[in-house]
Design a protein around this ligand. Structure first.
Ligand code: ZN
Length: 369
């Protein structure tokens, strides 16, 4: 990835905000970072100078996971970085715990509203109430149907039931709905919402033409490729196609747009990055199609092909979702056929009259096989 990264420009070079401090990246736009206890060890959050109903203050974009460390970090930001002004609004790009975890705490602390898309809000509410099937029997069956069918995996999936709730114990009871292409005024600037799919339910990026800034959330990361997975709630999703079509929506933005990603450093070169991501997934699809020509592959069979490093249990569950997403991209495009074998596992084999390239899989309209 190093060579690819060097094709992008990083205006702040290697400078990162210290814990509890900010770097101003555009007029009225501040960058802060919070630590995460995962392999992906940080998240970027943003403060936007705002004024609502005549009251000056700040809007926050994304919040960190719910943890004592995040609270301490926020307290230092409140003390040192807000110019004595309040936080007026909490904007959340999507419902993943590192983005929404501290939202309820912030909303209560400042008596400020949560702004988020409807899908992200509703799923977060369900998940933090324990309704969502991030674990349990349906999840076990989903993973088993894609080849992770050993009893140990089943046991570990069952005991992971409160994973989301530990990182997001609560979500505000009310929200203000963000919708695609909606224009919102934040302080002196207009920002436009750009919805994205394939990574989460209805991710909202924010673009400000006057500042030349795109808050890309998780949809456009400079170094790592965004997790794009199929999961139990929507087991037949064509998530990879949704994702690739979504990032194409950034292409018309000016080339000099400063992209503020949720992980990694602010960068310019968004058209280059979009093309890199297309190429990355196209290569994976080519490899996978070639393997499916040799013999039918389940998603579990494809893990070693797509991820050339050891994966722990948690990573394996995400990786399996990614493998299903890649197989589904080929399947929806008619390049592979799916069959459910006697052991209950879906295996994908190259279609007899399949095209020799996976190129079409990322460009054509969605359709059912
Ligand atoms: Zn995310």
């Amino acid at each position: 990835m190093k060579a690819l990264e060097s094709q992008l420009q990083y205006p702040h070079a290697d400078t990162l905000p210290e814990p509890g401090a900010c770097i101003e990246v555009a007029a009225g736009v501040k960058w802060l970072r919070m630590a995460l206890p995962f392999e992906l060890d940080h998240i970027n959050l943003w403060l936007l100078r705002d004024c609502i109903d005549g009251v000056s203050g700040w809007s926050v974009v994304d919040t960190g996971i719910h943890a004592d460390n995040s609270k301490a970090n926020w307290e230092r930001i409140f003390a040192d970085e807000l110019d004595g002004l309040p936080i007026l609004r909490i904007i959340v790009t999507h419902m993943h715990p590192d983005h929404i975890g501290m939202a309820d705490w912030l909303c209560q602390h400042w008596n400020a509203p949560l702004w988020i898309s409807a899908s992200e809000y509703l799923v977060a509410r369900l998940a933090c109430m324990g309704v969502d099937a991030f674990s349990g029997e349906a999840t076990v069956q989903f993973y088993a149907a894609h080849g992770l069918n050993d009893p140990k995996t089943a046991r570990r999936l069952m005991i992971r039931s409160n994973y989301f709730q530990t990182l997001v114990p609560s979500v505000p009871e009310q929200y203000h709905r963000l919708q695609d292409q909606q224009s919102i005024r934040i302080g002196a600037q207009q920002w436009r919402c750009i919805a994205g799919f394939g990574h989460s339910y209805e991710h909202m990026a924010l673009y400000c033409e006057a500042l030349g800034v795109l808050i890309g959330g998780d949809m456009l990361l400079p170094r790592i490729s965004t997790n794009v997975g199929v999961y139990v709630q929507e087991p037949e999703a064509n998530a990879l196609q949704s994702f690739l079509q979504s990032i194409d929506r950034f292409l018309p933005l000016p080339a000099e747009t400063l992209v503020l990603p949720s992980h990694g450093r602010p960068f310019t070169g968004l058209q280059t990055r979009v093309q890199q991501l297309h190429a990355h997934h196209r290569e994976r699809l080519e490899e996978l199609l070639a393997a499916c020509r040799e013999r039918p592959h389940s998603a579990a069979d494809a893990l070693g092909l797509l991820f050339k490093r050891p994966l722990d249990f948690h990573q394996t569950t995400f990786a399996l979702g990614e493998a299903v997403a890649h197989l589904h991209a080929l399947w929806y495009d008619g390049l592979v056929q799916r069959q459910r074998d006697a052991d209950g596992v879906y295996r994908f084999a190259a279609a007899p009259d399949g095209a020799s390239t996976a190129q079409a899989a990322t460009t054509s309209e969605p359709r059912r096989p």
